[in-house]
Design a protein around this ligand. Structure first.
Ligand SMILES: Cc1cc2nc3c(=O)[nH]c(=O)nc-3n(C[C@H](O)[C@H](O)[C@H](O)COP(=O)(O)O)c2cc1C
Length: 294
């Protein structure tokens, strides 16, 4: 799947990728109304990654349904909408609008954006907040609900469990890591919001560890992400316990990455004589190998 915020509303990439060939297009986060986002500079490159503080710029749920969804449907894309809110009522209202629209496959609840001061991250950093958003949205939609977890907590597995107990159909993780970059000459932060979210290969080993922990905590499907840049990375997440994956930052590096990922997974399955990629999920062997005495 194309990760939220790294693939626009999907339609922008329709001439580059066959949208129907992706597991899903996950849209940029949507509030009820349009948002401007933060002033530039909003992104900066970091070692093996990037920092962003876009501030959830977006066109709002109704305009998305009217202006973007018809083309996504025409292109036979599987559409997952990343839903944001500053209050529980807003998450509910946006989810209701999307449930009434034709062509939305699932809702990814963004309770984990580090770049807005209200809403989002507060819900995702508190167990009762996580449960409250999920159970409120559960009451108003039959669409599958997938809360997106923040890595900016000590025990991510307890958040996956809270989401599952509140009625989530899946969880996705991770969102970006709260981080900061300073220009030492000017002594100013390199992005206007001062702090932002770190993504890309730099975060991958932490994200893999978190998926592994969540796999042991919940039974619902896990969608893993964080720094995937090639087929090996996809396989690593799946072996750790992800049922599916999303790719974000790597799409900025190589918008043609999608077919390379699929080809690489195919080669691996053939080489290891594995019939279905699903057979790999959670197969990491963590028992210590017996060591011969030296
Ligand atoms: C520029 C940018 C914008 C993002 N916008 C969103 C967003 O709107 N909603 C969201 O849930 N995650 C957003 N994310 C987080 C990504 O979806 C993803 O969780 C994160 O970047 C880790 O994956 P990656 O290392 O493959 O990019 C954004 C990430 C980037 C780099």
């Amino acid at each position: 799947m194309a990760a939220s915020g790294c693939f626009g509303y999907g339609v922008e990439y329709a001439d580059v990728v066959d949208l129907s060939s992706l597991g899903a297009v996950v849209t940029k986060g949507l509030f009820l109304n349009a948002r401007e986002g933060h002033p530039a500079p909003r992104i900066v490159e970091t070692p093996a990654g990037m920092l962003n503080a876009i501030g959830l710029q977006g066109i709002g749920a109704r305009r998305f349904v009217d202006e973007k969804l018809p083309e996504l449907r025409a292109r036979r894309a599987t559409v997952i909408v990343n839903v944001c809110g500053t209050t529980i009522d807003e998450y509910v209202e946006v989810s209701r609008i999307l449930s009434d629209a034709e062509g939305v496959a699932a809702i990814e609840l963004n309770i984990s954006c580090p770049n807005i001061k209200e809403g989002g991250i507060q819900f995702g950093c508190s167990l009762p907040g996580t449960a409250a958003v999920v159970s409120a949205v559960r009451k108003v939609t039959r669409l599958p609900i997938m809360p997106k977890l923040t890595p900016n907590v000590t025990d991510v597995a307890s958040f996956a469990r809270a989401a599952e107990d509140a009625g989530a159909d899946a969880v996705s993780l991770v969102n970006t890591f709260l981080a900061m970059v300073i220009d030492v000459e000017s002594r100013r932060p390199k992005i206007s919001n001062v702090v932002g979210g770190l993504s890309g290969p730099a975060i991958r080993p932490i994200a893999v560890r978190m998926v592994h922990e969540c796999r042991q905590a919940v039974k619902i499907p896990i969608v893993g992400m964080g720094g995937i840049a090639n087929a090996r990375d996809v396989l690593e997440f799946m072996i750790a316990g992800a049922n599916a994956v999303q790719v974000g930052t790597a799409n900025f590096v190589d918008p043609f990455i999608w077919s390379k990922l699929l080809d690489g997974i195919g080669d691996y399955l053939e080489r290891h004589q594995i019939a279905r990629v699903a057979d790999l999920v959670g197969t990491v062997e963590t028992r210590q190998a017996a060591h011969e005495p030296m």
